[in-house]
Design a protein around this ligand. Structure first.
Ligand code: FE2
Length: 374
């Protein structure tokens, strides 16, 4: 009698191999000014532009880059454009989390065959510098994943864009790449979206936090971290949980007018230098009480960094089985209390700073209270 000893080979094949984040596109009210802000304050460089001057009549897009990070800011040029509607409903926010693939046709077929809802059927775009194949599916809220196949393209960004040369080039702040992007979803929707990332995109749930892990005196939330096969792409999903007062996720859902991207975590190899530079350029960060630092080394053990600059800048530290990480969170970067950024330096740790959740969420609640939204 033969006994099967191995699961079918298919089970181990990553049907959606991702090479990482290709770019993050934001729909905004004024793309020209947004691009200037991200250049000035975050240290991005001009990369490419598309708009009326390049034959795109209804919208304008500015692509900026810093190391492996590419952000695109897009605005509608007329009030009856769907992007104008999007900005009216949500304010400025993340529309597209674009993922680099070898085969955008296959990525679309694999995901839509598993129940993913198409946003863009595979489309080849080309110019004198080659071709790019783009396809896309919808995810939570009005957010979209595009699959970008650019192996046959040598242009600055995408066909339709021209290189954007600028005389204004603020120096880099040391931001390197997207570490993870977090989505806020509605009440009881977290497991639905966990299922979506598992079934449609072949991701795995690598970490889970319940309302005991993430709660303060007033509010709570739950979170599950989804990762693709090679770990290059990580999408934590948050949902609100019952508490005495309104949680930060509820505040987000109210002001974003639905589900959407809560924060994008940007990696650096020197968080003290990066945050010093960002603060000097006017980026505002959440502050925890200085008592956080009194017993920090008892909690996390020895670290390479001096404590004084961490305390001065408000950088948080947490340790897991594999090492430690340093992180800090900006205040929302628009007037609605919606999207913010995390700056993160990993020194072995693959986790997300669970030991900091309480101090961090209390800091967020102090801000919510000032806005009258707690
Ligand atoms: Fe994060």
């Amino acid at each position: 009698m033969s006994v099967p000893t191995a699961a079918p080979v298919d089970q181990f094949v990553d049907f959606l191999p991702l090479e990482g984040t290709d770019y993050v596109e934001f729909y905004v009210g004024n793309a020209k000014q947004a691009a200037h802000f991200y250049k000035t304050a975050f240290g991005f460089q001009s990369l490419a532009y598309a708009g009326p001057e390049t034959g795109v009549k209804d919208k304008a897009s500015y692509a900026v880059r810093q190391n492996k990070l590419t952000f695109v800011f897009t605005t509608a040029l007329r009030s009856d454009h769907p992007i104008a509607d999007h900005v009216h409903r949500h304010g400025d926010g993340v529309k597209v989390l674009a993922l680099r693939v070898q085969d955008a046709q296959d990525a679309w077929q694999q995901t839509t065959a598993r129940g993913g809802e198409s946003w863009l059927a595979p489309e080849t775009q080309s110019d004198a510098l080659g071709k790019v194949v783009i396809s896309g599916i919808k995810t939570y809220g009005e957010t979209v994943h595009l699959f970008i196949e650019r192996k046959d393209y040598t242009g600055p960004f995408l066909p339709g864009y021209r290189a954007w040369k600028s005389d204004y080039n603020p120096v880099s702040t040391g931001l390197l790449y997207v570490d993870h992007c977090v989505g806020n979803v509605g009440w009881n929707q977290m497991n639905k979206w966990v299922g979506f990332y598992e079934t449609v995109m072949g991701f795995r749930n690598i970490l889970s936090f319940d309302d005991n892990d993430i709660s303060t005196e007033y509010s709570a939330l739950m979170s599950k971290v989804m990762s693709n096969g090679n770990g290059f792409v990580k999408f934590p999903i948050n949902e609100p949980a019952e508490g005495k007062k309104k949680s930060q996720v509820e505040e987000y859902l109210e002001f974003y007018n639905g589900e959407g991207c809560q924060h994008v975590a940007l990696a650096t190899a020197d968080i003290v230098a990066t945050v010093t530079e960002l603060q000097s350029r006017g980026i505002e960060f959440l502050k925890v009480p200085t008592t956080y630092y009194d017993d920090l080394l008892d909690r996390v053990g020895a670290i390479d960094e001096d404590l004084a600059p961490l305390r001065e800048l408000g950088i948080l530290v947490d340790r897991d089985d594999e090492g430690y990480l340093l992180q800090i969170f900006t205040k929302p970067v628009e007037d609605r209390p919606t999207l913010f950024f995390e700056i993160i330096q990993r020194k072995g740790a693959k986790s997300f700073g669970k030991g900091n959740f309480k101090a961090l969420f209390e800091a967020i609640e102090r801000e919510q209270e000032q806005r009258g939204n707690l």
